[in-house]
Ligand binder design. Sequence first.
Ligand code: NAD
Length: 347
Amino acid sequence: MKDAYSNKGMSRLTVTGNPAKALREALEREGAGRVAVVTDSNVEEKVMPMFRDVTEECETIVIPAGEEYKTPETLIEVWRRLSGCGMTRSGLVVNIGGGVVTDLGGFAAATFKRGVRCINVATTLLGAVDAAAGGKTAVDLDGLKNEVGVFRQPVEVIISASPFSTLPERELLSGYAEMVKTALLTDEAFFHELLDARSVLGDPARLEGAMERCVRRKMEIVASDPEEKGPRKMLNLGHTAGHAFETLSHEKGRPMTHGAAVAAGLAVALRLSVERCGLDASISRDYEQRLLRPLYGDDWGLGGIVETDADRQRIVELMGHDKKNSRAGEPEFVLLREVGNPTVGGM
Ligand SMILES: NC(=O)c1ccc[n+]([C@@H]2O[C@H](COP(=O)([O-])OP(=O)(O)OC[C@H]3O[C@@H](n4cnc5c(N)ncnc54)[C@H](O)[C@@H]3O)[C@@H](O)[C@H]2O)c1
């Protein structure tokens, strides 16, 4: 197991080949009284067996899998179960799952009895490199993503490639796009390393090393701006167009994963960065030729989604409505002057 570390006020991060052992140690370290596990129905079946020895004494709350259950109704059910099992403020909630579980379980923990500690154990690549760390928690409301939530850091984040053996390829690729985004916010050597995606994804030790770099970088950015008032916005690189592609894909009944939409959104951000911020054109070209097309398809994964002029018009409209824009109607792109040197809102 690699060294865990903690940032001031931030979560301890543990990257490990043995997440069950790491969880046991974390529970000992935290000295929690009552412990409840929140997970989803897929993870319960496919991943929880590896944690059984550690969690058998815990109350286990299984929510239905899928974004459509990241709702206030599910949250209320989790609160009821926490109350029913006698969870106290000195207890601990362990979220074992992808971003849906860590967002919803994190929100439940942050609000139950005005705040109970939580540990996030990521079981998807997207969860490991993005959702589990950083302290954003939320549920969706009436179809509006992450409409209600709070910022609250988990006490520990445990990430490992071990749970990924059962993760569908589509989910792995979804997380990979967020890794590449973070590499683009870090340095050129890291970006070039990730261009060789199949080797990174095929080697658990290498993947864990790359995941750790991503989470450390994210934590550094978050530590400088925990509540997204400024610099944290750089993490939205690729997301202005990405969110628009994702929304249109849902409108057309051909839902893309979040990461696949971000992968296409990164191509847009890199082309704009070349045009407007002087980014070296080879970065955008390498990204498209060596990563986007081989992993997500010649059509950037947008086939059947962005085809007509009306579709392109809808993308422009959706980018203007992105809720992360500072001014309504004006897309706020994160662009790069060079790899690792972003400009927020820059055009
Ligand atoms: N808080 C944040 O900073 C942040 C950042 C990015 C995304 N998110 C949120 O994360 C969510 C998306 O996360 P996600 O992509 O992990 O989705 P997810 O949690 O829905 O997981 C994807 C699917 O994989 C299944 N699964 C999870 N682990 C598995 C495993 N090891 N083997 C087999 N199946 C497994 C899940 O049951 C689900 O069906 C969204 O709700 C998004 O808003 C939050």
